[in-house]
Design a protein. Structure first.
Length: 201
């Protein structure tokens, strides 16, 4: 009996120490969000895939759940999509069941969804941290995309950074205190170590 009580106490202690924590990575297109997400996946973080109506880009088949507009709308009407937004002519959203899974997870999101994601996380007891994927050298970024033959991404990035919501979101209470700015993988490692130490992960 004593052994059973001891085991119960141990399991309760472990349970109380467990934190559902979510890292949401956002930033201008092409800043490296997928690179950071892949790095975290390699460290054991679960990737919450977004649903999108846009077609996949080359070598991107596993980054999103690619669905038709009708399929997306059906999921939305059934209440299975949260954090829905429209970006560059396509719809994006998160499956509520994926969001509710316990443990530590990472999601790629968009500046227009940060406030909604923060609010939903708070309502559901998730500790959410935002990581802003910043561009250190815009000229190098532009040169790289011209070399790749994707100069349209540069124009899109500039529109994103000049949009009024961009700087507004970065200063919102509740988001500002839980936001980190990433310029490289070393920044990511340092921030994640800080978060895991805080959470006792």
């Amino acid at each position: 009996m004593k052994d059973l009580i001891k085991e119960w106490k141990r399991s309760m202690t472990e349970s109380s120490q467990t934190r559902d924590i979510l890292i949401a990575i956002f930033g201008p297109t092409g800043c490296g969000k997928t690179t950071y997400k892949n790095h975290l996946e390699g460290k054991g973080w679960r990737h919450i895939k977004s649903f999108t109506t846009r077609p996949p880009r080359p070598f991107e088949e596993s980054e999103y759940h690619f669905v038709s507009p009708k399929e997306f709308n059906d999921l939305f009407v059934r209440g299975l999509i949260i954090n829905a937004n429209r970006y560059d002519g396509h719809y994006y959203g998160t499956n509520i069941n994926d969001f509710h899974q316990p443990g530590k997870a990472v999601i790629i999101t968009d500046i227009s969804s940060v406030s909604k994601l923060h609010r939903f996380a708070e309502q559901n007891g998730k500790d959410i941290r935002f990581m802003h994927c910043a561009i250190d050298d815009p000229e190098e970024y532009e040169r790289r995309h011209h070399q790749r033959g994707t100069p349209d991404r540069v124009a899109l990035m500039k529109r994103e950074m000049e949009h009024e919501n961009f700087n507004k979101v970065l200063t919102l209470p509740g988001i500002r205190q839980n936001m980190y700015v990433l310029y490289d993988l070393q920044d990511l490692e340092e921030f994640v170590e800080e978060i895991e130490n805080q959470q006792g992960i």
